[in-house]
Design a binder for this molecule. Structure first.
Ligand SMILES: *[C@@H]1O[C@H](CO)[C@@H](O)[C@H](O)[C@H]1NC(C)=O
Ligand SMILES: *[C@@H]1O[C@H](CO)[C@@H](O)[C@H](O)[C@H]1NC(C)=O
Ligand SMILES: *[C@@H]1O[C@H](CO)[C@@H](O)[C@H](O)[C@H]1NC(C)=O
Ligand SMILES: *[C@@H]1O[C@H](CO)[C@@H](O)[C@H](O)[C@H]1NC(C)=O
Ligand SMILES: *[C@@H]1O[C@H](CO)[C@@H](O)[C@H](O)[C@H]1NC(C)=O
Ligand SMILES: *[C@@H]1O[C@H](CO)[C@@H](O)[C@H](O)[C@H]1NC(C)=O
Length: 485
């Protein structure tokens, strides 16, 4: 208990010092003037980023843009984005920023082209196919590769890569937004939401908090209305306990292994693995998960790639001394990762997306292992941020695919229960196409919902249900609670 409080207070002091240190840095007076002064730009300034010639792209009735936004001139840091205007009436629709996690994984490779974007990577690896359930039916969708080192995003200063962590990521993402608005001034005052899954369970509340804090200065105001989180990492101790309980309750591990873990692991401790029995028990969980897809318990794994079917795959991504949860990889079809890699490394694709000139190519990968392994700073829990955002009146929705073993529904329930929020609408099913799509419960300030039979990356498994749910979120209405409507 004392230990935790000490850890927490040390953390807050460090965070405060970092905040003092970062604030003048990331909001330089020059940027400040630019961001605040709408007169500098009276029209859109993004023509160079319009994507006109993307190989293999199906026809589309909406505009989309891709390219770089510089976030730090001194060090030469630039973040890559891909932005899809809404299919209908973009001027009336909100702006939604989507982030994938890892840390180190690409929102273009996962979110945009395997989950919720309009163009999904086709399994023939040659092109893209249209996604009829793209979230840009409901909103203008902005996908950001963050932080530097992820996907096409880069820094010209190598030492930046050694500093990557939660705060660094939030600060650059914040600067990105303001500089992106310079390219797209008509979105400057648009209703805004942030959504994401997995390790973005940390990124999203952290960025929301930063926006909320900086909004005190009217010239920096961003109209943030809420956040949407899918199978989010939230609180390390609860996430671990949920992972173990889920593995046991879904018959992945034995009663004996389960008892060993429950008896020996203190997930709240700063180093649970220093207990040998605990470490061995958790190894056993990961060993069993190596044989199946931890992100989707009941679908088959991709056997085409020998590297991924060998038993080493999970162990090597787990770094005990960094006290990080294992790395997030995979979606519905792990094979798709390789199609995406082939696609985004094509010279003509990179040129069309303004990621390179088509000659000096960027080396794109879906996840960057070095970033994951070297992650320098991670908040152990974002529950305190939830409290802050709830009291600020933001809309917070959390959903969970209930066949994910990585950030299982139990982890999310344990984390949310720490908030101790009063219930405003009791647990009940929600429906899609006359079937129970999952269950939900509403709290004062937060809505929690499950997706029945969906894995870690929910929209891959339940595209139509996800789009309907997203629409409810944007409207601020409960998901459909009757079978026929
Ligand atoms: C650029 O980044 C470096 C290292 O993170 C930082 O020291 C510097 O203050 C930043 N510059 C600006 C203008 O934000
Ligand atoms: C990084 O360096 C390259 C090569 O000098 C330059 O073209 C590019 O503009 C730099 N990026 C940033 C964000 O300054
Ligand atoms: C595409 O989605 C729209 C709206 O969700 C639906 O009305 C239409 O039937 C779908 N088309 C196909 C081919 O699935
Ligand atoms: C971690 O500690 C907090 C605060 O004492 C407690 O509420 C929570 O249940 C603990 N979590 C686990 C997984 O032991
Ligand atoms: C594990 O993390 C520690 C602390 O962050 C780091 O020093 C070490 O290099 C990492 N080990 C590997 C194998 O990546
Ligand atoms: C690109 O990155 C991958 C993974 O980090 C690496 O194996 C490969 O050698 C790199 N290719 C080039 C051309 O740099």
């Amino acid at each position: 208990m004392d230990n935790i409080e000490l850890k927490l207070s040390t953390f807050y002091i460090l965070a405060f010092i970092l905040f003092l240190f970062m604030k003048p840095a990331s909001v330089s007076s020059r940027d400040h003037r630019q961001w605040g002064d709408e007169r500098i730009l009276t029209s859109e300034n993004n023509n160079g980023d319009l994507v006109t010639n993307l190989p293999g792209q199906p026809p589309a009735d909406f505009k989309h843009y891709a390219g770089y936004v510089t976030v730090n001139e001194t060090n030469g840091r630039a973040l890559f984005y891909w932005f899809y205007e809404s299919i209908t009436k973009p001027e009336d629709k909100p702006l939604v920023l989507w982030l994938n996690g890892g840390p180190g994984c690409s929102s273009v490779g996962y979110g945009a082209t395997q989950e919720i974007g309009p163009f999904l990577v086709d399994t023939n690896g040659k092109g893209l196919k249209f996604n009829n359930y793209s979230w840009n039916r409901e909103a203008n969708m902005l996908f950001l590769e963050s932080p530097v080192g992820v996907g096409f995003s880069y820094s010209n200063t190598t030492s930046d890569y050694a500093q990557l962590g939660d705060d660094f990521t939030a600060n650059d993402a914040y600067t990105f937004l303001h500089n992106w608005f310079l390219k797209f001034p008509s979105y400057r005052t648009r209703t805004f939401y942030i959504a994401g899954e997995s390790y973005a369970g940390k990124y999203v509340p952290e960025l929301a908090e930063l926006i909320q804090d900086r909004n005190k200065d009217p010239s920096l105001h961003i109209d943030l209305n809420g956040i949407l989180l899918g199978n989010p990492e939230t609180s390390d101790a609860e996430d671990w306990l949920g992972l173990v309980d889920y593995a046991w309750s879904h018959a992945v591990i034995s009663d004996e292994t389960y008892k060993t873990i429950r008896r020996n692991c203190d997930f709240n401790s700063s180093d649970p693995w220093s207990n040998r029995e605990c470490g061995q028990g958790v190894d056993e969980v990961l060993k069993q998960y190596n044989e199946i897809d931890i992100y989707s318990l009941y679908t088959s794994v991709c056997f085409a790639i020998t590297a991924r079917s060998n038993d080493q795959s999970m162990q090597t991504v787990m770094n005990r001394s960094s006290k990080m949860m294992p790395r997030i990889l995979g979606g519905y079809d792990p094979c798709l990762d390789d199609y995406a890699t082939a696609f985004y490394n094509r010279p003509d694709v990179q040129k069309a997306l303004h990621a390179s000139d088509g000659h000096n190519l960027k080396n794109w990968s879906i996840c960057n292992d070095k970033i994951f392994k070297g992650w320098a700073q991670s908040k152990p829990s974002v529950i305190p941020i939830y409290r802050k955002l709830i009291s600020a009146g933001l809309r917070i929705w959390v959903y969970s695919g209930d066949t994910d073993g990585r950030v299982p529904v139990l982890s999310t329930r344990y984390s949310l229960s720490i908030l101790g929020l009063p219930i405003t609408k009791q647990w009940r099913p929600w429906y899609h196409e006359k079937e129970v799509s999952g269950w939900y419960q509403q709290y004062e300030g937060l809505t929690f919902a499950t997706f029945r039979g969906a894995g870690h990356a929910v929209p891959c498994f339940k595209p139509s249900n996800s789009l309907a749910f997203f629409s409810s979120f944007l409207l601020g209405e409960s998901p459909p609670s009757t079978k026929y409507n």
